[in-house]
Design a protein around this ligand. Sequence first.
Ligand SMILES: Nc1nc2c(ncn2[C@@H]2O[C@H](COP(=O)(O)OP(=O)(O)O)[C@@H](O)[C@H]2O)c(=O)[nH]1
Ligand SMILES: Nc1ncnc2c1ncn2[C@@H]1O[C@H](COP(=O)(O)OP(=O)(O)O)[C@@H](O)[C@H]1O
Length: 210
Amino acid sequence: MTCPRSEDCVTGQLIVFTGPSGVGKGTLLHRLLEHHPDIQLSISATTRQPRPGEVHGQHYYFVSRAEFETMVEQGQLLEWAEFAGNYYGTPRQPLDALMAEGHVVILEIELDGARQVRQSLPTARQIFVLPPSVAELEVRIRERGQDSEAAIAKRLARAQVEIAAADEFDIQIINDDLDRALIELEQAVFGSTHLTAALPPSPLATQPPT
Ligand SMILES: Nc1nc2c(ncn2[C@@H]2O[C@H](COP(=O)(O)OP(=O)(O)O)[C@@H](O)[C@H]2O)c(=O)[nH]1
Ligand SMILES: Nc1ncnc2c1ncn2[C@@H]1O[C@H](COP(=O)(O)OP(=O)(O)O)[C@@H](O)[C@H]1O
């Protein structure tokens, strides 16, 4: 993470980024990293099968259930959870290295994992992304076309529980208009009183800074 004036910069900042399946987490993070390539995304381990276009070691570490259970037994994971019939977890060692280098690191993880991190790393900033409505969430997850009917049903059922927990998080962002949600995410990550003031105006900002 490079900053024009180090005293204005928050380095080694951990961000937890949570939201129901299909809400737009991956889309928002992809756009955020286009504008802020220094931000690091933690690469999770999962037992889910790769989706078309997903690459081992880039999107996830795709592992077997036995391999995942070994990672848990050996304490290799900062947090882990079962979600929609698969395991997901954050490898501890690569995260520790990125944090030691002073990066802004984002964990894109589900609710149970966010709760574990809230206990173990309470200084992590926790952000929850909400859909404009549950109906819109279902439209998005269906139109994405990457999940079976059974998976969609499990994920939508879980979404109700996750949405009900949104107020546990430091910041809530409604992903209705993507550009506006992205500006809110940028400000949530950098802190509206910290880096945004030190950075050139975001190419995303359509409003003059207040
Ligand atoms: N607890 C935890 N959840 C994770 C991790 N990696 C991904 N997830 C979450 O697992 C859920 C399912 O992820 P995925 O199968 O990629 O589906 P998507 O949310 O529809 O893109 C999402 O809520 C992710 O944020 C992890 O390392 N730990
Ligand atoms: N603001 C938005 N308005 C409409 N569609 C969106 C918006 N944000 C994301 N999408 C679409 O919703 C679907 C799910 O987005 P994705 O980023 O895969 O969600 P998640 O990573 O949270 O599961 C994708 O097809 C994406 O193009």
